[in-house]
Ligand binder design. Structure first.
Ligand code: PHE
Length: 447
C-alpha cells in the first residue's frame, strides 16, 4: 500500500506546527492567562513546554517515524507486541472526540466571521452578550456551521498528505502569522496598551498556586497536540533526514510564539478599554467584539473584527486537519479500504459527535456526569485521555522499546544531535512520567 510523505523540510515544519497552532493558542491560552493571573501563568506554561513538551514531542515522533504507519500499527511496532496498538487506537479516539467538539467552537468562529462581515456584531456590551447566548443555544445555526467546518476539513484530508495537508499548511500558516502580526501592531499602539503588556510580562509570583502550575501543564499538552497520536501520525510521513530534535524545537517555538502574540493581540486592546480579561472561555466571543468596537474607529474595528475571526478559523482548520488525519490513516490502513473511504468514516463519526456537542450548548439538554456533552468531551480528552496517552508513550519509548532503535531514531542513525540524547532519555524515563502522573492524579482529585 502506497504511503505519502511530506515533500519538503518546510512542509514538515509548517504542517506539524499547523496542528499545534490552533484554538488552543488563540482561544484557550489567552483566556487561561486572563483567569490565572497573567505573566506568572505564562512562566509556568513556558517551563512546562520546554521541560515536557519538547521531550514528549520527540518521543511521539520516534514512534511515528519508526512505525511508518498509522498510529495503531506504529505503537505496536515500537512495543514489539500487537497489544501496544491499543495506545494508537485510544489516541485516534481521543482526537476524534476533540475533532467533534473543536469543530463546534471552530464553527462559532465561522459564524462570527460571517456576522462581522455583515456588521451584525456592533452594539453595546449587553447586545454582544445576548448575541452569543442566543446564537449558541439556537438548535440549527451552530449545527450547520459545525457541519461546514467538518466538511472543509474532510475536503483537505481526502486530497492526501502532499497535495492536501502540506499544500494547505504552506498557504495557511504564513497567512495566519501575517494576520496575527497586523492585529498585534494595531493593538499595541492603542492608548494604555502598556497595562496589557505588563500584565503579560511582569509576573506576580504571589499568584503561582498549585492550580496555576497544573493549568499551565494541561495547556502545554493541548497546545502542542501531545498525547493524541497526532504527532505520531504526522511523523510517519517524515523522511529519514528529518532531524527530530531540531524539528520539535522549531515547532514548539512557533507554537509558543503564536500563543504569546495572541496574548499581545488581546490584552493591550482589552486593558485599553478597561475590560477585565478574566471572562473565561467566552473571552473571544463576548469580550472581544466589544473591545474591537470601543478601541478602534468604526472602520478599523470592522476590519480588525473580520481579520480576527478569519485568523481563528484558519488556525482551527490546520488543527482539525491533523485530528482528522489520525483516524483517516488508521481506517485506511487497518481496514484495507481506500483513503477516501477512511476519511468518510472519520467524517461521519465526527459529525455525530459534533452534532451532539453543538446541541448540548443550550438547544437540547444532553448532559453526562452533570456536564453539557461538549464540556464533558473537553474534560474527558484534556484532563484524562491526553495525560494518559502521553504518560504511556513515555513509558513505551523510555522503558520498553529497544534502546538501539530509539537512539537511532533520535540521532538519525548516528549523524545528528548525539550530545542531547542522554539528557532527553533521562527526561523521557523519569521527569516526564512523574510530572504527568502528578497532573493526572491532581485532576482526578487524588493529590
Ligand atoms: N494543538 C491544537 C490547538 O492548540 C489542538 C489539537 C489537540 C490538535 C490535539 C491536534 C490534536 O488548538
Amino acid at each position: 500500500m502506497e504511503r505519502g510523505n511530506f515533500g519538503t523540510k518546510i512542509g514538515v515544519i509548517l504542517a506539524t506546527a499547523g496542528s499545534a497552532v490552533g484554538l488552543g493558542n488563540i482561544w484557550r491560552f489567552p483566556y487561561m492567562t486572563g483567569q490565572d493571573g497573567g505573566a506568572a501563568f505564562i512562566i509556568v506554561y513556558l517551563v512546562c513546554v520546554l521541560l515536557l513538551g519538547i521531550p514528549g514531542m520527540i518521543a511521539e515522533f520516534i514512534v511515528g517515524r519508526h512505525g511508518a504507519a498509522n498510529a495503531a500499527t506504529a505503537y505496536a511496532r515500537m512495543g514489539g507486541k500487537r497489544s501496544w496498538a491499543a495506545l494508537g487506537f485510544v489516541g485516534a479516539l481521543t482526537s476524534l472526540i476533540i475533532l467533534g467538539f473543536y469543530s463546534v467552537i471552530a464553527g462559532w468562529c465561522l459564524q462570527y466571521l460571517f456576522a462581522s462581515i455583515m456588521g451584525n456584531l456592533s452594539g453595546d456590551a449587553a447586545y454582544v452578550n445576548a448575541y452569543f447566548t442566543k446564537f449558541s443555544s439556537n438548535p440549527v445555526e451552530p449545527l450547520l456551521w459545525t457541519l461546514v467546518f467538518i466538511v472543509l476539513t474532510h475536503l483537505v484530508v481526502v486530497r492526501g498528505v502532499r497535495k492536501g495537508i502540506e499544500k494547505m499548511s504552506n498557504i495557511l500558516m504564513p497567512t495566519l502569522f501575517i494576520l496575527l502580526l497586523v492585529i498585534v501592531v494595531v493593538s499595541c499602539c492603542l492608548p494604555d496598551a502598556g497595562k496589557g503588556i505588563s500584565f503579560l510580562f511582569k509576573p506576580d509570583f504571589s499568584k503561582v498556586t498549585k492550580s496555576v502550575f497544573l493549568d499551565g501543564l494541561g495547556q502545554a499538552f493541548f497546545s502542542l497536540s501531545l498525547g493524541t497520536a497526532c504527532l505520531c501520525t504526522y511523523a510517519s510521513y517524515f523522511t529519514r533526514q528529518t532531524n527530530l530534535l531540531k524539528s520539535s524545537a522549531q515547532i514548539v517555538s512557533i507554537d509558543t510564539l503564536v500563543a504569546i502574540l495572541a496574548g499581545l493581540m488581546i490584552f493591550p486592546a482589552a486593558f485599553s478599554v478597561g475590560v477585565n480579561p478574566d471572562s473565561g472561555p467566552q473571552l473571544i466571543f463576548i469580550t472581544l467584539p466589544n473591545v474591537f468596537q470601543q478601541a478602534f474607529s468604526p472602520v478599523l474595528g470592522y476590519i480588525i473584527g473580520i481579520l480576527f475571526y478569519a485568523l481563528l478559523a484558519l488556525a482551527a482548520l490546520t488543527s482539525t486537519i491533523s485530528m482528522h488525519e489520525i483516524g483517516t490513516s488508521l481506517f485506511f490502513e487497518e481496514l484495507h479500504i481506500s483513503r477516501s473511504k477512511g476519511a468518510v468514516i472519520e467524517t461521519l463519526i465526527a459529525v455525530v459527535i459534533g452534532m451532539l456537542c453543538s446541541l448540548s450548548c443550550g438547544a437540547v439538554d444532553i448532559t453526562v456526569f452533570g456536564k453539557s456533552f461538549l464540556n464533558f468531551c473537553d474534560f474527558l480528552t484534556s484532563n484524562i485521555l491526553l495525560p494518559l496517552g502521553s504518560f504511556f508513550t513515555c513509558i513505551l519509548v523510555g522503558w520498553i522499546a529497544p534502546r538501539k532503535i530509539v537512539k537511532d531514531e533520535f540521532t538519525n542513525w548516528g549523524t545528528v544531535s548525539q550530545g542531547f540524547y542522554g539528557i532527553w532519555l533521562f527526561f523521557i524515563r523519569f521527569i516526564s512520567p512523574v510530572c504527568i502522573a502528578v497532573v493526572f492524579l491532581h485532576q482526578m482529585g487524588v493529590l
